[in-house]
Design a protein around this ligand. Structure first.
Ligand SMILES: NC(=O)c1ccc[n+]([C@@H]2O[C@H](COP(=O)([O-])OP(=O)(O)OC[C@H]3O[C@@H](n4cnc5c(N)ncnc54)[C@H](OP(=O)(O)O)[C@@H]3O)[C@@H](O)[C@H]2O)c1
Length: 196
């Protein structure tokens, strides 16, 4: 296992490809070495899909995005679980996308966008993971929240114009307010609730 802990300027972070088969071992070993209680887990790792038609959608793209968006979030949450504090409103926040909304897709809200199959399918699956974790007795006392961050400029979404710093401050505010935030709904960081 490679060295995963990096520390600088009072921060410690874990370098880990969460889609790797040994990601759980890397994460849980590093978190045990850090040995601090965790209040909030944000599962934000994401990747865009390419294929927007059935004929060019390949299983390897679908599996890669499933491994990252769904299994990756599971692996990180599972590794964090033994370290999560139970007395400071612990939360697991899964960064989803409005494109994962089945209700909005059924309304054809995104039809003109021609978005990737793999991205939409795996974000919908991440929403189901979030709801399933919310019913898990092992996670009692931990809020599990699905969040659409809004559109902001990033490697994944280069055409968007909003600065990522806007997203960062909205997310920080959401985390601060987590005690009052309702579970079992699909949040948008702009304050709206989205249909699942
Ligand atoms: N930007 C938007 O408008 C928008 C809209 C809706 C939802 N989202 C969601 O917001 C989240 C953040 O996306 P972003 O727009 O900020 O995209 P981004 O700039 O491409 O960032 C993606 C992040 O995921 C990390 N990542 C990717 N694969 C990973 C892996 N195998 N293991 C560990 N980390 C991995 C990347 O780490 P490295 O930097 O080390 O590669 C990077 O930090 C995603 O879940 C995305 O689906 C974004």
């Amino acid at each position: 296992m490679e060295e995963a802990l990096v520390g600088q300027d009072g921060l410690t972070w874990i370098e880990c490809d969460i889609a790797r088969d040994d990601a759980h071992l890397v994460m849980s070993t590093a978190l045990t070495r850090i040995g601090l209680p965790i209040d909030v887990v944000v599962n934000g790792a994401g990747m865009a899909g390419k294929a927007t038609h059935l004929s060019d959608t390949r299983s390897d793209e679908l599996l890669a995005l499933f491994k990252l968006h769904v299994i990756g979030a599971m692996v990180v949450s599972r590794a964090a679980l033994p370290h999560m504090s139970r007395d400071r409103t612990p939360a697991i926040i899964n960064i989803s996308s409005r494109l994962g909304s089945m209700a909005a897709t059924a309304r054809h809200d995104f039809k003109s966008l021609e978005m990737s199959y793999a991205y939409r399918i795996t974000k919908a699956a991440l929403n189901m993971l979030t709801l399933a974790m919310g019913e898990d007795s092992e996670l009692a006392g931990i809020k599990t929240l699905a969040v659409h961050p809004g559109e902001f400029a990033s490697r994944l979404a280069r055409r968007n114009s909003r600065a990522p710093s806007e997203f960062a401050s909205l997310l920080a505010d959401f985390i601060e307010r987590r005690e009052d935030v309702q579970a079992d709904v699909f949040h948008s960081l702009n304050g709206h609730v989205l249909a699942w």
